[in-house]
Design a protein around this ligand. Structure first.
Ligand code: ZN
Length: 339
């Protein structure tokens, strides 16, 4: 497949030299939902050297409308998104080294994963993880590209440590916290538009064309036909705790990490155990079946029916409890099943 990248090499912004650079770079994508599916596919097709992708969820029918890597078979198998993405991306371009991680993006895990990473892409659905990425970016001097979408609205911003303001600086002028839940639904073109902005910026950074990187905060509404580009050159805040002189990286503080979270826009609570360690899903399935529970699973997870709720348990002991937003109730179910 010698002419595999010929059209990209013909593009003056990339050329042979740019392609050689792309093939040596390592990108970390946090999230393998709608944004992560699209950006990982584009970068895999573009021939990035190494791609690490992390996700905590598994494929469900409601994902298929916009999460382009997944199929009906993945839904039937309840495959974790990271595992399904790894399989699909590997089939698209076998020359790319793909590492998929099924798990939650904790500060501890991110600090381990960023070794040797040239660039991070935001494909998360929650504010906490984005702020964590922002601190990691500043601490390890790795650029990252913010992206978010809801409904027909989307936005993106490129963050280069030491050069641009960081996401924490931006919070002083733009209320980004409300932009994280997809309770109002979402259309796929809005996702694709954010992916296009993020991956174009990614390519500029991978070929080290730093002057081409967009310095404004871009947002759009594809249904209302609105496009805005906000200058951010004055947004850098000297007292910022993430990128200022007296920085403390507040979002990497392990104590600040919530262990029980209601997932965005869904009747689902996630519980992460405080003690790390793998559990044997086979043994657990046996015990639960003996107790009369209906249990289904695959090598990565177990799904257990508990009355009106359903609990999905991963190897690391993390669980998603579907059918509730009540944290106390979810914790009592977790206790009942995992002791
Ligand atoms: Zn800052």
């Amino acid at each position: 497949m010698n002419d595999r990248y010929s059209r990209q090499v013909l593009f003056p912004g990339i050329g042979k030299e740019g392609q050689a650079k792309i093939s040596k770079k390592h990108v970390l994508i946090i999230g393998a939902g709608a944004l992560g599916s699209g950006s990982s596919e584009i970068l895999t097709r573009a021939g990035v050297g190494k791609l690490t992708i992390i996700d905590r969820d598994y494929v469900e029918a409601s994902n298929l409308q916009r999460q382009q890597l997944y199929t009906e078979e993945d839904v039937l198998e309840k495959l974790p998104k990271a595992a399904a993405a790894e399989k699909r991306l590997g089939a698209i371009n076998s020359a790319v080294e793909i590492r998929a991680i099924i798990g939650d993006a904790t500060p501890e895990l991110l600090e381990e994963l960023v070794a040797g990473v040239d660039l991070m892409l935001d494909a998360t659905d929650n504010f906490e993880t984005r702020m964590m990425m922002n601190d990691i970016s500043q601490k390890y001097n790795i650029p990252w590209i913010y992206g978010a979408c809801v409904g027909s609205f989307g936005m993106s911003f490129s963050i280069i440590p030491g050069k641009t303001p960081c996401l924490n600086c931006l919070l002083r002028t733009i209320p980004l916290q409300g932009m994280t839940c997809d309770t109002g639904g979402i259309i796929s073109p809005a996702v694709q538009m954010v992916i296009a902005h993020q991956t174009a910026e990614a390519m500029k950074m991978l070929v080290e064309d730093w002057d081409a990187v967009r310095t404004s905060f871009v947002s759009f509404d594809l249904w209302r036909n609105q496009y805005t580009s906000l200058k951010m050159s004055k947004a850098k805040f000297a007292g910022c705790l993430s990128c200022g002189e007296e920085r403390t990286y507040p979002y990497l503080d392990h104590e600040n990490m919530t262990k029980t979270t209601v997932l965005c826009g869904r009747d689902t609570v996630q519980i992460r155990p405080s003690n790390k360690g793998e559990i044997s899903l086979d043994n657990l399935a046996g015990q639960l079946s003996a107790l009369g529970y209906t249990v289904k699973g695959n090598p990565y997870l177990l799904s257990v029916e508990i009355g009106a709720e359903r609990m999905v348990i991963f190897q690391d002991g993390r669980a998603l409890i579907h059918g509730t937003k009540d944290l106390t109730h979810a914790k009592s179910l977790y206790q009942r099943i995992l002791g």
